[in-house]
Design a protein around this ligand. Structure first.
Ligand code: MD3
Ligand code: FE
Length: 222
């Protein structure tokens, strides 16, 4: 082997991270909410889940339970069952309508979404220490071009976003309590998920864990 092959070998074979640009329409607003506002929001969520308790959704077909527990605010809620995913007007266990979308979340939507219509659904995800959410795309909304606005509360999460194809490279980001994420344009159609929660990284939830709220325009009438 010639000396220059030896010299360049390390450079040629060195493992480089896969290049990745955040998708168009991805916007993170770190610490959008103050601690006091996060606490107010938490009280509002607690009141909501007293009326519409968190439940453990199941995977379509297999009926395997997800590790994330869910509930909803708004005229419509995202629900899963063995029959599939859909938006429905009532809680699957109580049969009652979902609590209305809180004022603070409507204000947030109007401040950051840049979208003329109001969201009809807000999914509440609760992650305990071991919970995760596999890579997926959100595609059950008729309003596929409307943005999604998300709020993180409690422990930090390792969030992952990829491209529009499942095998596209992905990038991981840590989301913290009070962060707001806006997914518009291309980003709205990208694969994403939550790989893990970092226990003990926030004091907002006395028992730990993480809450994520996602507001969506559903574009559905019944
Ligand atoms: C990127 N929730 O509820 S929120 C979901 O942290 C969901 O609970 C995650 O994915 C969570 O469907 C992530 C941020 C989010 C929401 C929707 C997206 C990111 C997204 C849609 C497209 C791309
Ligand atoms: Fe999602």
């Amino acid at each position: 082997m010639a000396w220059w092959m030896v010299m360049t070998g390390r450079i040629k074979t060195r493992k480089r991270p896969t290049p990745f640009t955040l998708p168009d329409g991805f916007r993170l607003l770190p610490a959008y909410f103050s601690r006091a506002t996060q606490q107010d929001l938490l009280e509002t969520i607690r009141a909501g889940v007293r009326r519409a308790p968190l439940y453990r959704p199941v995977m379509p077909r297999t009926g395997k339970p997800l590790s994330v527990r869910m509930s909803n605010f708004g005229a419509f809620g995202w629900i899963t069952s063995k029959e599939g995913y859909r938006y429905g007007k009532t809680h699957p266990a109580t049969g009652k309508p979902w609590p209305p979308l809180p004022r603070a979340l409507i204000d947030l939507w109007q401040d950051v979404s840049g979208w003329p219509d109001l969201p009809e659904a807000c999914l509440i995800n609760y992650y305990d220490q071991g919970a995760r959410l596999g890579l997926h795309v959100d595609a059950d909304e008729n309003a596929i071009n409307a943005p999604i606005v998300s709020v993180s509360l409690g422990d930090q999460a390792l969030y992952r976003i990829g491209g529009q194809s499942r095998t596209d490279p992905t990038r991981s980001l840590r989301l913290s309590s009070g962060d707001v994420l806006i997914l518009a344009g291309d980003a709205r159609r990208c694969y994403h998920g939550v790989d893990r929660i970092y226990p003990g990284t926030s004091t907002l939830l006395p028992k730990g864990g993480r809450i994520n709220l996602t507001m969506r325009v559903v574009g559905q009438t019944q």
